[in-house]
Write a protein that binds this ligand. Structure first.
Ligand code: CUA
Length: 354
């Protein structure tokens, strides 16, 4: 009699805990902005998983807590427990029900994934390349445009082809609900249709070395006309050096180049708001370049340029060779390189004043 009453209590408390649990997990705002067409489907899938998980969690905890309380040993009782060998009916139930739940959820997940991965009409192909510690992007359909910025037109399906030049990275845009590994020797692909104008973080989600946590960039989703204009500007800047891209102001152009090229991921520079720590801080660069350059018979500007295109030529004290990518000489046009060198010397207290 007493055990029946306590069982009813346990069931009642479990029902309340389940109801409260479901309200709480649905009330918590788990996800960032929904910036792609996949986001609503994925978020709904997560909500369903959470709703299904709550009663299972409550059931397991209720059985465990009830058993600890109801079957606890009496003081002074030294006997062994009852020799139970199994209960076939119970075992069939607790294998069958979870199997059905998992199979249904797997089928649901497969349908959502299949929908996201389906080939779309008029896809924009974007090649993503991971490298310690920055992402670079290429648009093969737009005359092989290569850039360090990811800009996408809104409402146009994108087909990402992801690669790496060195170790494992992981291309992650949380607001798109998009994530895929960049694997050496493989091209992984993933599709997304951004449907919300704005700027969203691009994150590396695979521990890839000392600068992993700084391997963050931004994706800008813009209206189609703005995207076309950006493509035009990118093409022009490859020719004239990028100063025009920032309204002709060399400092603004240099700052934009510094951040777009990903220098900010690894270096600290107050003027650019950069706080990276994988490489040496650059706020005192002008004086350092003057001093170190003189020892090698170089001007400060020559020393800075050499340090960008051949970073292992002179490695700053306390840092290791082989960390900074060695292909900036190819990635930057000569004019861009000049803009960047002038900028770095100017904002780190250079020129004739110091
Ligand atoms: Cu690249 Cu972590």
């Amino acid at each position: 009699m007493r055990s029946r009453r306590s069982l009813i209590w346990v069931l009642a408390l479990s029902a309340i805990a389940t109801a409260v649990g479901i309200v709480v997990v649905l009330w918590i705002d788990w996800f960032p902005a929904q910036a792609s067409t996949a986001a609503t489907d994925i978020d709904t899938l997560y909500d369903v998983l959470l709703i299904v998980s709550v009663p299972i969690f409550v059931l397991v905890m209720a059985v465990a807590l009830y058993s600890v309380w109801a079957f606890r040993v009496k003081p002074g009782d030294q006997r062994d427990g009852a020799p139970i060998h199994g209960n076939t009916r119970l075992e069939i139930i607790w294998v069958t029900i979870p199997f059905i739940i998992v199979a249904v959820l797997a089928g649901y997940g497969w349908i959502v994934l299949d929908d996201i991965e389906a080939k779309k009409a008029d896809e924009l192909v974007v090649e993503v390349t991971g490298q310690q510690f920055a992402w670079s992007f290429a648009y093969p359909d737009l005359e092989e445009l290569e850039t360090n910025q990811l800009v996408l037109p809104v409402d146009r399906p994108v087909h990402f082809k992801v690669n790496t030049k060195d170790v494992l990275h992981d291309f992650w845009v949380p607001d798109f609900r998009l994530k895929t590994d960049a694997v050496p020797g493989l091209t992984t692909t993933i599709r997304v249709t951004p449907n919300r104008v704005g700027s969203y973080p691009v994150v590396c989600a695979e521990l890839c070395g000392i600068g992993h946590s700084t391997m963050r960039q931004t994706v800008r989703v813009v209206p189609a006309e703005e995207f076309d204009a950006w493509v035009e500007r990118q093409r022009a800047s490859k020719v004239d050096g990028g100063v025009d891209d920032a309204g002709g102001d060399p400092i603004a152009a240099g700052r934009q180049l510094f951040n777009d090229t990903g220098c900010n991921a690894c270096h600290t520079l107050a003027d650019a708001g950069a706080t990276g720590a994988a490489g040496p801080a650059l706020d005192d660069l002008a004086a350092q370049a003057e001093r170190l350059g003189r020892a090698e018979g170089l001007t400060a500007a020559e020393f800075v340029e050499t340090s960008i295109v051949d970073p292992d030529a002179t490695v700053a004290e306390g840092y290791q060779p082989g960390i900074m990518p060695t292909d900036y000489g190819d990635r930057l046009s000569p004019a861009q390189l000049q803009t960047l060198v002038d900028y770095l010397l100017e904002v780190s207290g250079g020129g004739s004043s110091q």
